[in-house]
Design a protein around this ligand. Structure first.
Ligand SMILES: Nc1nc2c(ncn2[C@@H]2O[C@H](COP(=O)(O)OP(=O)(O)OP(=O)(O)O)[C@@H](O)[C@H]2O)c(=O)[nH]1
Ligand SMILES: [Mg+2]
Length: 318
């Protein structure tokens, strides 16, 4: 029995960079890549055996002339009873995922009638937009929310100037290649059986793209409004925090002054207590001296009385 092959399938619209990514994964030019005026460069699904894996490069659905045929190509490529790693490649237009790319994703996602995961590569991103996405991924999230199934993992790849409008070139940057390999490893493969793949339905493709454009504009406006509201709330919170910090500082200063005052009071009280104690001691000493003098006077008076009574004229009064 043949083991189930692992199929790494690349999907995305013309010019998104699928063939270049496939070739870079393989290590040489296995599929033609480049600029093709008027229609996609890749017009048929192509496969390449890489060790135990099969790499599938597909044409894009955005081309209206080839669309019906490409839809059949994609459906067939998904009906190979393999363990699929599905990779969607999209590009940005002024920092937003192109609506056509989103509809292509949805069209293919809808045709797979069994649970699966996919990886999303946002390709050819200008350094400025890449930096913005890092700082504020909300806009990108808004676009991705328009897709009927969220990606398992997303990878943003910066635009490589050396590849611009070139035919049959490879990504040479080793750090990007490493990132790509790690990304492919992370995406789980899922068995997709032939009977679990439906028609890749492209009849209403253009209509759906238009509907999505309207929805996306509304969603973007909503996000902008909630971002403004968030900023307003953040500003309020910041003001309240500043006010609170000022009050804490004032309270701290008041407490310090109060403590100082209490310490002075205590010092003053201690001094007063000392004076009172000294006075008390003096009073006690004076009282004792007075008592001693009174006792001495009593004693002397008693002696005088005793002397007067014993040596007199012997008169006895009856
Ligand atoms: N600047 C830049 N150009 C790129 C990059 N990746 C691919 N390209 C160029 O984009 C053009 C289209 O690339 P392909 O790999 O042929 O795109 P594709 O998705 O296979 O296109 P189709 O076969 O028409 O569906 C080629 O000229 C590539 O050299 C990138 O990261 N940066
Ligand atoms: Mg191609």
């Amino acid at each position: 029995m043949n083991p189930t092959p692992t199929i790494i399938s690349f999907f995305g619209n013309p010019g998104s960079g699928k063939s270049t990514l496939c070739n870079s994964l393989i290590g040489y030019i296995a599929f033609n890549s480049g600029v093709s005026i008027g229609q996609g460069m890749t017009t048929k699904s192509q496969t390449f055996q890489l060790g135990s894996k099969i790499i599938v490069d597909s044409p894009g659905l955005a081309d209206p002339v080839m669309r019906e045929r490409v839809a059949v190509e994609i459906e067939t490529s998904l009906k190979q009873n393999g363990d699929y790693k599905i990779i969607f490649v999209v590009t940005l237009d002024s920092g937003r995922v192109k609506v056509q790319d989103l509809e292509t994703l949805n069209t293919i996602i809808r045709s797979i009638k069994t649970p699966f995961e996919y990886g999303l590569i946002i390709n050819k991103v200008t350094p400025r937009v890449a930096e913005k996405l890092k700082l504020c991924p909300a806009d990108l999230q808004a676009c991705i929310k328009m897709v009927e199934k969220m990606p398992f993992e997303t990878l943003v790849i910066k635009k490589i100037n050396d590849l611009e409008d070139q035919d049959n070139v490879l990504i040479e940057d080793s750090s990007i290649k490493q990132e790509l390999l790690a990304f492919f490893d992370k995406i789980p493969s899922r068995l997709i059986r032939k009977e679990q793949v439906g028609k890749v339905e492209v009849r209403d493709y253009d209509k759906k793209v238009k509907e999505m454009e309207t929805k996306l504009t509304e969603l973007t406006q909503q996000i902008q409004r909630s971002q403004q509201e968030n900023e307003r709330l953040m500003k309020n919170t910041e003001n309240m925090q500043n006010q609170l910090s000022r009050e804490i500082e004032v309270n701290r200063e008041n407490t310090k002054q109060h403590e100082l005052h209490m310490n002075n009071m205590k010092l003053h009280n201690d001094q007063m207590m000392n004076v009172l104690n000294n006075n008390l001691q003096e009073q006690r000493a004076l009282t004792q001296q007075a008592i001693a003098r009174a006792e001495e006077a009593d004693r002397k008076a008693e002696e005088a009385r005793n002397r007067g009574g014993g040596g007199g004229g012997g008169c006895t009064i009856m």
